[in-house]
Design a protein around this ligand. Structure first.
Ligand code: AMP
Length: 568
């Protein structure tokens, strides 16, 4: 008898493909396996879902208001329940792999092989009707809709339902990996783009360009299949990638980076970068990682609805602001965690500095000068929105003076911009250069935490943190100063909820919380697995707006180390 393989739209096939990609180190082989799989997905909907999952996201950017929001502790409980396992068993597998999805695969496989009957019929016999990609996506969608009281219980129930339909342990693994943003199958976005190009016989340059604008590889894959890459374009209510700035160390060095004089110089605001989209009266705000953050700032949404103009995309920065002055960045971060709801406690202002789209036209290719003229001709309805402070400058002296002014007023420095430059999504080019004049900081992720001493007994106030190196995390230091009591109390709660292993005084936690740390120097050290340690590290702030994908890497650590005049 011929054993039929899984149909292309089955989630089983997706899981097997991911395993095959992970199993080979050859880039060419990875691209080959993936492109064949993508080409085999004849339904556009399936193609979009598979590519979205492969890009490490649960949903295509901008299409869903709330993320699925399934925490480690929820998954852990479900896994313990459906596999009838004790915490220590799951912990052992977790430590072996470092991700919960792979741990679950092993737990299930072990339970099956020991056939102790405790798996509550977890894995169906083969050839039964199996889960499809769209069914998995549908479950994820339902998870995202489950909010409010008892939502965690409901989510656990939905997850149990989802897991009861798998036919291979690897499917359970990838469900968890997708939900926890831990795909880690050795597939960076570049390779995914190459596979899409190969699957549909397009050039990698065309795919990349479309993806920079659309910021949604799933959508780009469909366009590629139908020969419609040229239709990749901006559209209000769908996020695009943000243009990034280069660094200038001094006013003189910054000035030399520009080809033509004068330039526009603007205050650098210390807040949350955000696109504001408006179409047919609807408003959406997207943060740097393309998450929909509209619900956190209802007063800005309401204010933007009052703008006469419609069909537009602004680029700007949301800052904490009151009585003509910037307030602490921490207040704003606490609004992202919904700790502060009230616009009274943490009032904001949206500082607009660019216009990417207006009334049916993309302005990406227009020179900055023209975009500025257009955006500043619009009337803003209330104090909740304003334009960034902007001036023409033509010498290092003028830049220095404006820099001091910006710092004196409580802003972060300057961003200087070329008048003739286009807006290049996702690129860090020489057309925008920032001047901060401070010791470098590192964005790191917390991987372990300890209880404090003295007045900090009972709260988790010591954080061990890491930077990335390829797919790995390398520890570079430990810090306990810089946070307020309120922030430490928030962190204590988060650390407890993301604990992977509790050793009493110390907890290994899921790498999730991003910190920005300042330090006096970087030294070589065998204390940590990175081979480096930060000297006198202090936490500048918690970055709830950043995710683990955006932390700094070992390259940057080494670069700062090399640049130090005195090596320690
Ligand atoms: P950094 O985060 O240090 O790499 O600096 C770049 C960031 O500065 C941008 O991503 C924006 O969030 C922020 N920023 C603040 N003010 C401006 C401005 N006037 N123009 C451009 N970016 C700005």
């Amino acid at each position: 008898m011929n054993v039929p393989g899984p149909a292309n739209d089955e989630f089983r096939k997706f899981a097997q493909t991911c395993d095959a990609i992970k199993a080979t180190r050859s880039k060419l082989e990875k691209i080959k396996i993936l492109s064949e799989y993508l080409a085999s997905l004849t339904d556009d909907k399936d193609l979009k879902i598979a590519v979205t999952f492969l890009s490490g996201r649960v949903f295509p950017p901008g299409e869903i208001e709330q993320e699925a929001n399934v925490g480690y502790s929820t998954l852990w409980n479900v896994i313990a329940d459906i596999t009838n396992s004790k915490d220590v068993e799951i912990s052992a597998y977790y430590r072996k792999h470092g991700d919960l999805g792979s741990a679950l695969e092993d737990v299930i496989a072990e339970k099956i092989s020991s056939s102790n009957g405790g798996t509550k019929q977890l894995v169906h016999t083969l050839f039964q009707k199996t889960l499809t990609l769209s069914e998995v996506y549908g479950h994820f969608f339902q998870l995202s809709k489950s909010v409010g009281v008892h939502s965690q219980e409901r989510k656990q129930q939905m997850l149990r339902g989802l897991f009861s339909n798998i036919s291979l342990p690897a499917e359970a693994k990838y469900i968890v990996k997708i939900l926890t943003n831990e795909m880690r199958i050795g597939l960076v976005e570049g390779l995914l783009e190459e596979a899409i190009a190969k699957a549909f016989s397009k050039t990698i340059a065309d795919i990349r360009m479309a993806n920079l604008i659309e910021a949604s590889p799933g959508l780009v894959a469909i366009q590629a299949r139908h020969g419609k890459l040229h239709e990749a374009k901006l559209a209000p209510l769908r996020p695009t990638n943000f243009m990034l700035a280069d660094t200038g160390d001094t006013a003189e060095l910054l000035f030399e980076k520009f080809k033509s004089v004068p330039m526009y110089s603007e205050y650098k605001y210390d807040g949350i970068r955000s696109q504001l989209h408006k179409r047919d009266g609807a408003v959406k705000l997207f943060s740097r990682n393309l998450a929909d953050v509209t619900r956190f700032f209802p007063e800005l949404e309401a204010g933007a609805k009052k703008i006469e103009a419609d069909d537009l995309i602004f680029d700007g920065e949301i800052i904490a602001y009151s009585d003509g002055k910037p307030l602490s960045f921490q207040l704003l971060q606490r609004r992202l965690r919904k700790i502060i709801h009230s616009d009274q406690d943490a009032p904001i202002k949206y500082m607009i500095f660019d216009l990417l789209y207006f009334k049916g036209d993309s302005l990406l290719q227009e020179p900055f000068r023209k975009r500025v003229e257009l955006v500043r001709s619009l009337r803003l309805p209330s104090d909740i929105m304003g334009f960034s402070e902007q001036r023409l400058v033509s010498s290092p002296k003028e830049i220095s003076e404006m820099f001091v002014e910006s710092k004196t007023l409580g802003y972060e420095g300057l961003v200087v911009k070329d008048l003739s430059s286009p807006y290049t999504p996702g690129r860090r080019g020489g057309n925008w250069v920032k001047l901060k004049k401070e010791l470098d900081t590192l964005d790191v992720v917390v991987v372990a935490a300890e209880y404090g001493h003295g007045k900090r007994v009972g709260v988790i106030s010591d954080y061990t943190f890491a930077v990335k190196e390829g797919q790995d995390l390398k520890i570079v230091g430990k810090a306990y100063s810089g946070l307020t009591d309120a922030e430490i109390s928030d962190m204590t709660e988060i650390m407890k909820n993301t604990t992977i292993q509790d050793q009493g005084y110390r907890r290994t936690v899921k790498p999730e919380v991003v910190l920005e740390v300042a330090f006096d120097a970087i030294q070589k050290s065998d204390r940590h697995d990175s081979g480096f340690a930060l000297r006198f590290p202090r936490i500048k702030r918690i970055r709830y707006d950043k995710s683990i994908g955006e932390i700094d890497d070992m390259e940057k650590v080494k670069k700062i180390y090399e640049a130090q005049k005195v090596k320690i």
